[in-house]
Design a protein around this ligand. Structure first.
Ligand code: ADP
Length: 563
């Protein structure tokens, strides 16, 4: 690398010496001028041979590519680096072929400052006749331009990034707005629409292909909305405004009562920047309110009806209560009357039966057979009447609660024997076999012996009455699980049809109640049996099949209690 610019003109031809001398001077002058000129250029300029050897370098180029004797180590290394970089750039420019002028960026180091420098290398081939071919390289300092370009690029990138951010922000906002089912409109402070979501779009703008009616309705909605907004647009207007807008569905014309809430968005300086309006469809709420109102009035009506019905019910209850009292009183009077009458009947009847018995025994002398038969009829009818009166008396006593229980301990086998013994005369008049099957495990009973006997007597008497042939069996049993004693009277008699099996326990009920019935009786026996059993905490049941016989069973707790 030369330390100064190399000679730029070729050497003078030999000949005339004086002319040659003056021409050499002129050439020297020209060269000196040229050197000054080149050195004055602030951009580095170099002339290099085709091999890359620097033949001429101006002052600025020398600063970059030449290190003085006393230069520091750093300076020297920077210069060496610059030389290498320049050399490499030069070679790649020179070997590139056409076009003749080549430009490329060349990064170098300032050997004094140590800072990075960026040059634009303009390399031009130089082919002067009579001179060795080479390249003229001019390096234009574009460091500041490069920095500015870089700064511009960075700020452009920043701009792009913030623009991207703003775009995605807007996209996000649009998505949010569109996902809200309620219409939302954002206007600028003068009322111009800035953005609206899809539901708002459907209200205020009609699609281009829609009919005249739809467009008109959308327009009416828009006018309504503008008049609503006017409350916030005036300089002294409200910051917030709420009202019900009576809009319509542009597509169908259906009314849409909308609650609109608008509020101004203020800048940091409290200047209005936009107005956000949220509309909410009140149709459903109004429908609900209407239904609620209907419900309320229906409920009031119902309440009034219930009130009236309750009052009527209370009146009815009172009536019933009074009637029940009257019935009770009447029943008590009836029972009293029957009890009195039965008693009144029994006394003379007993007298009649007593005198009849005396006459039959011949106290007043012998009677003719006819007289005796007649007297026997009086006796049997009298006894029947006495039985009827006794049964009526029993029922009235039970109903009036005047049938006391006399609880004692007794054994069932003795009681059964007594019953059979009492019925013996009647059994004797039949062709029936009467059997007893007494379970040994039956314990001593605690109860009203007289009433148990009365029930068993009645059941046996019925069995004998309604059985023409076969047998009647009395049996006892004990159920350990329930501590219940049972006495069954089973016959092979006429039986009872299923539809009559419950009725026979009611007062005065007989299967055959016709005047020409074959069997006597009052229809009170089983009714008395059931009432007495209930009094002792027990019950009477029947199992029967028509024509096959019946089994009546008295069930009693082992230890009876007053029910
Ligand atoms: P009564 O025997 O005085 O008619 P009950 O109350 O004892 O009254 O019986 C009512 C009716 O039940 C009888 O009239 C009869 O029709 C029917 N009944 C009772 N016991 C028997 C029986 N063992 N077999 C068939 N029918 C019976």
């Amino acid at each position: 690398m030369p330390s100064s610019t190399a000679p730029l003109t070729p050497p003078a031809a030999p000949g005339n010496e004086a002319r040659a001398e003056s021409s050499t001077e002129a050439a020297d002058q020209e060269r000196g001028l040229l050197r000054q000129l080149v050195d004055a250029v602030t951009d580095p300029i170099l002339f290099t041979s085709l091999e890359g050897q620097v033949l001429i370098a101006n002052a600025r180029a020398r600063q970059l590519f030449v290190a003085d004797e006393g230069a520091s180590e750093g300076h020297r290394r920077a210069v060496e680096l610059n030389q290498r970089l320049f050399h490499t750039a030069l070679l790649s420019s020179a070997t590139g072929g056409a076009p003749p002028v080549r430009r490329r960026d060349l990064a170098l180091v300032d050997p004094v400052e140590g800072t990075d420098l960026l040059f634009e290398l303009v390399c031009t081939p130089a082919q002067e006749p009579g001179h060795p071919p080479g390249h003229v390289s001019v390096l234009r300092n574009v460091t500041a331009l490069g920095r500015a370009t870089q700064a511009l690029g960075e700020s452009y990138q920043r701009l792009r990034a913030s623009e991207q951010e703003a775009r995605s922000e807007r996209l996000r906002l649009d998505l949010i707005l569109d996902s809200v089912a309620d219409p939302i409109v954002v206007t600028d402070p003068s009322g111009g629409t800035v953005l609206m979501n899809d539901p708002a779009e459907r209200l205020f703008s009609a699609p281009s292909d829609s009919g005249e009616a739809t467009r008109r309705r959308a327009h009416t909605n828009d006018a309504n909305f503008s008049s609503f907004l006017s409350h916030l647009l005036a300089p002294s207007g409200a910051r917030r405004w709420r009202a019900v807008l009576h809009l319509v569905d542009p597509a169908t014309g259906a009314p849409l009562p909308m609650e609109a809430m608008a509020s101004q968005v203020l800048s940091d300086q409290a200047e209005p920047t936009s107005i956000v309006t949220l509309l909410h469809d009140r149709t459903e709420a109004l429908e609900k309110a209407r239904l609620l109102e209907q419900l309320k009035s229906a409920s009031t009506e119902l309440e009034a009806k219930v009130h009236t019905a309750t009052a009527e019910l209370a009146e009815q209850n009172e009536k019933l209560r009074r009637q029940a009292l009257q019935v009770e009183q009447a029943s008590a009077a009836k029972s009293q009357f029957l009890a009195n009458m039965s008693h009144e009947f029994r006394t003379p009847l007993n007298a009649i039966l007593g005198y009849t018995s005396m006459l039959l025994q011949g106290v007043n002398g012998e009677m003719t057979p006819q007289q005796k038969r007649n007297l026997q009829r009086i006796d049997s009818n009298g006894r029947h009447l006495l039985q009827v009166i006794n049964e009526i008396l029993d029922i009235t006593r039970i109903e009036a609660g005047r049938m006391p229980l006399n609880l004692t301990g007794f054994m069932l086998p003795e009681l059964i024997q007594e019953v059979v013994a009492e019925m013996d005369p009647i059994i004797a008049r039949t062709k029936l076999t009467v059997l007893t099957a007494l379970a040994p495990e039956v314990p001593e009973l605690q109860g009203d012996r007289q009433k148990v006997k009365q029930i068993v007597l009645n059941l046996l008497s019925n069995a004998l009455k309604f059985t023409h042939e076969g047998s009647v069996q009395l049996s006892t049993a004990y159920d350990f699980a329930t501590s219940t004693v049972s006495v069954s009277v089973k016959d092979s008699g006429i039986g009872i049809a299923p539809e009559h099996q419950e009725k026979v326990f009611e007062d005065f009920q007989q299967v055959d109640s016709s005047p020409t019935r074959a069997y006597g009786g009052t229809g009170l026996g089983l009714s008395i049996c059931r009432r007495l059993a209930t009094m002792m905490g027990g019950r009477v049941t029947v199992q029967s099949a028509l024509g096959e016989g019946s089994t009546f069973t008295l069930h009693l707790p082992w230890r009876m209690r007053r029910s």
